[in-house]
Design a protein around this ligand. Sequence first.
Ligand SMILES: O=C(O)CCC(=O)C(=O)O
Ligand SMILES: [Fe+2]
Length: 381
Amino acid sequence: MSGEGNGVVTGGDRRHSPETRPMTSSTVTVATSQQRLRLNPNKDHKPESYEDLELEFSPAIFSSLERYLPPSMLGVERNEKVKFMREILVKYLPLGERNRSQRHREYRQKIMSNYQPLHREIYTIHPSTFFTPAFLKAIGDNSEEGYRSIMSEPSPGIFTFEIFQPRFCELLLSEVENFEKWVTEAKFRIMRPNTMNKFGAVLDDFGLEIMLEKLMENFVRPISKVLFPEVGGSTLDSHHGFVVEYGKDRDVDLAFHVDDSEVTLNVCLGKQFSGGELFFRGVRCDKHVNTGSHQEEIFDYCHEPGRAVLHRGRHRHGARATTSGHRINLLLWCRSSVFREMKKYQKDFSSWCGECLHDKKDRQLQSIASTRSELLRKEGE
Ligand SMILES: O=C(O)CCC(=O)C(=O)O
Ligand SMILES: [Fe+2]
């Protein structure tokens, strides 16, 4: 067994938008004076969009919560639903969180009313110009065989494949540069993607949220449904989308950590660089996050522009120093509120945590050994 550095930085230590945080149990089990929310979401119900409303909570929170409304509420006017859900949110979201959420909304609004996008064509998803033909074909086929035919799995649970066309990478890089130029000129203080990065930008904050939500819903989720069903791959319902930047005058490396996601899509956009390898050290649940790694869990990956790495958020990893040039990667942390809810009631994560699996195998071996010695003892009698 081997460890990496001084322990794993967990998702909780990383800043992420409160807007995209999934519901907590208190919001799904709460009773109101007349009606109760459902315990489990209504998966067949398609929530309304609340994007056009001026609300004190994120529109995404309303859309997620709508699936938990009692059946009698599903057909009522949108304003009625808003009123009902707002009452619950006001009561159950802690004040600090509410203020944070409000401040973040104001922050985004300030950007949106001042920043002029450079390439409007990337703000809505255009599959034929964004993705490679092979990737699109696999999405169209939507079968495990189809996905595996365009992917390699160099280590269990780590999938790599070509995803974006070079032109799309160029446009996104240029948009990020344009945004950063505006930030510098306007002396605007931006929020970084998380506490471990001094550089990089949250793409959701400057208008790319809807495009990235579609990327998750129509492309990452179908793949995750097949490859990561045991961590909520089929129910991914919120995301945090950002870029990380390494090289001269940027970040150097990234400490060993787990992501605040069920599934992470990490795509290298460019440019030219050396170093910056990702090192992976096995998947772990909360209880085992700081345990050592087993030999078969040790894997290093070299980024290539246009190529994606898809892995479970709980797959421990870090990035080595980018030693020359400039490396920029797109990260999409995809989350499932359903999975997070279910996880609270489980103890055994042996379907995905490497250490739970080892514990389980040890227990099975011990049980076989004791049955055997019991039998031998009986035979001797
Ligand atoms: O630098 C990379 O490619 C990894 C970034 C990453 O793991 C993260 O931001 O969560
Ligand atoms: Fe990460």
